[in-house]
Design a protein around this ligand. Structure first.
Ligand SMILES: [Mn+2]
Length: 581
């Protein structure tokens, strides 16, 4: 796919100043500035994050009230229901909250909705379940911020409610139906519709511009647990960071601020196998004993964890996270591995059908595809794959009777939550974020919805917005690439959304001995002045043809250390090539 190459540049004097004061190379200084880390102090805390730098959870709105309500539950010996969600973020958040409440001495139960039977979110059915089991308090995690009906039923049944969530609150544009009680501490917040609850912890409401608003559902559960650990029990909050890291990576929130700290510490804990369930899961995924990187979470652990909620029952994952039994852990892990294989097959079938439909109708600015029989558990992944392939927002809708339920994925220039708000008279229900959302609409309205989305996209996007950008951190000479530089880059880990591995660019490189390896990869030496380095481009064999077209090439790459038969050497891991400019 054609991409626009964009090099990030900052005032050279400032880079020199940062490089000197923070004792880092100018290349690293530029990379940090690109990630919004712009002062020597910010650089120091970014490169050396420490658990002591976790922010005070009591500064989060709603926290004091929530912790007080838990205290009274402890005193009155009340039963509490934790209401979660079926994806990795929701299950991790549930596990953290259950453990923390249990350590406070609370008798707690859980409810995880079933994707097929209940759909996403906190619904009246769960309140009925709470009543049935005699719970006097419900704590939602990773959901609840738009659960008006369930909150109202709680009030009616005399069950108290604490909402912890990181999803967008509903904007109040038609003030006729403001559903807030005067008791609610949030009733003063303008333009937001919030459910009636004893406490709401959601930084997207109280602190939308702070780094805390980037927390995942599990991240917020972690902050709640942190507050409980200070107020009640003497448990170590550090021990929850493995679960919080899984949720953080699973929900693809930016790896800055506390998210970075959570994932960095969480990876170490995941390596240590403090939970039999995680050890067993690593075993079936073939990554036990490895030094863990975020890629292992993204491609080995998280797909297996999410498979349960997609095609079966997510409660088993909760059991996996919480069990102390090695046998149970092994059984559940291999069951999950089976779910994941089944998920892959179902996904492939839906993907092929969706691609076939797309070929027939052609790709518009916003892709809307729908069919009966598409498994709701995989439509989100299919939307991701289609958006990635065509670099367009996409909606994949599964039709059942008169109802179409769908998943949407978007590209950075197109705020899909905003777009849905614009078309909200056509959709029955929707929720989500800038880049991903879920929705429900009448089958009869699918055509009108497609038109509405496309006309909004045509108004708000330019042709350039449909060309993906390749962001290059810095332009370097090959002589800048050293073992020291690569060691410095290691300090930037963990990599992920919002903190991707550094990409460097270099111009006017001479290509020496290019060859295709294993039919797929491209191997060569690249020379600049009298210096040459090995370069490898995985899955880049198709670039071989264009190499002869000009005397030199420009290249984008990540430098790495290659170890081969006991020798270590510098190597460029190529990401893109173009004729020299
Ligand atoms: Mn979430």
């Amino acid at each position: 796919m054609h991409r626009r190459w964009v090099v990030n540049r900052t005032n050279q004097e400032y880079i020199t100043y940062l490089s000197k004061t923070a004792s880092i190379s100018p290349v690293l200084a530029q990379i940090l500035v690109n990630r919004g880390i712009k002062t020597p102090e910010a650089i120091s805390s970014f490169l050396n994050p420490h658990i002591s730098s976790l922010s005070d959870p009591f500064l989060m709105e709603g926290m004091v009230a929530a912790v007080e309500r838990i205290s009274s539950a402890v005193q009155k010996n009340e039963r509490v229901l934790v209401h979660g969600d079926y994806d990795v973020d929701g299950i991790s958040a549930t596990a953290i909250t259950l453990k923390a409440l249990h350590l406070c001495g609370i008798d707690c139960r859980y409810f995880i909705p079933d994707r097929m039977a209940h759909g996403y979110g906190f619904k009246p059915l769960a309140v009925q379940y709470a009543k049935q089991i005699g719970a006097k308090l419900i704590v939602t995690v990773d959901c609840g911020i738009t659960s008006f009906d369930a909150a109202a039923l709680c009030r009616k049944e005399g069950i108290d409610l604490i909402i912890t969530d990181h999803h967008e609150p509903m904007k109040d544009e038609s003030s006729e139906f403001r559903i807030q009680s005067p008791k609610s501490p949030h009733s003063k917040i303008h333009n937001l519709l919030l459910p009636d609850a004893e406490a709401i912890i959601n930084p997207k409401i109280s602190d939308p511009d702070s780094e805390l608003s980037l927390l995942s559902g599990a991240g917020i559960a972690f902050k709640f647990a942190q507050a409980l650990s200070t107020a009640h029990a003497r448990f170590a909050i550090h021990d929850f960071m493995d679960l919080a890291a899984l949720g953080t990576m699973g929900d693809v929130v930016p790896l800055s601020g506390e998210n970075r700290l959570i994932v960095r510490e969480g990876l170490k804990l995941l390596e240590k196998n403090i939970r039999p369930g995680i050890r067993a899961l690593k075993q079936v995924a073939g990554i036990e004993g490895k030094s863990l990187k975020t890629g292992h979470l993204l491609f080995a652990l998280i797909p297996r964890i999410n498979a349960a909620g997609r095609i079966a029952n997510a409660e088993n994952v909760l059991r996996l996270f919480l069990t102390d039994s090695e046998d149970e852990a092994c059984d559940l892990a291999s069951w999950l591995d089976g779910c994941n294989r089944e998920r892959q097959q179902i996904e492939e079938k839906v993907y092929q059908e969706a691609m076939h439909q797309l070929e027939q109708k052609g790709a518009r600015s916003v892709i809307v595809l729908s069919s009966e029989g598409w498994h709701k558990g995989v439509i989100g992944i299919v939307a991701s794959r289609i958006t990635e392939t065509f670099y367009r927002p996409s909606f994949i809708l599964s039709i059942e009777g008169n109802t179409a339920r769908g998943s949407a994925r978007s590209i950075p220039p197109f705020d899909i939550y905003q777009a849905l708000t614009q078309c909200k008279t056509i959709v029955r229900e929707f929720g989500g974020h800038r880049l991903a959302a879920g929705l429900e609409l009448d089958v009869a309205d699918i055509h009108a919805f497609e038109e509405c989305m496309n006309s909004y996209a045509e108004e708000s996007l330019s042709a350039e917005d449909f060309i993906p950008v390749l962001e290059i951190d810095a332009t370097v000479d090959l002589s800048d690439i050293t073992f020291d530089l690569i060691r410095e880059f290691d300090m930037l880990e963990p990599f992920g959304f919002g903190n991707s591995g550094p990409l460097l660019g270099s111009k006017g490189l001479e290509v020496i001995y290019p060859k295709i390896v294993k039919d797929l990869h491209l191997k060569m030496k690249l020379r600049q002045k009298n210096l040459s380095l090995d370069a490898i481009g995985f899955d880049m064999s198709s670039c071989y043809q264009q190499l002869g077209a000009s005397p030199t090439v420009d290249a984008v790459f990540t430098p790495c250390v290659n170890v081969w038969e006991g020798n270590t050497s510098l190597q460029l891991n190529l990401k893109a090539l173009r004729p020299g400019t």
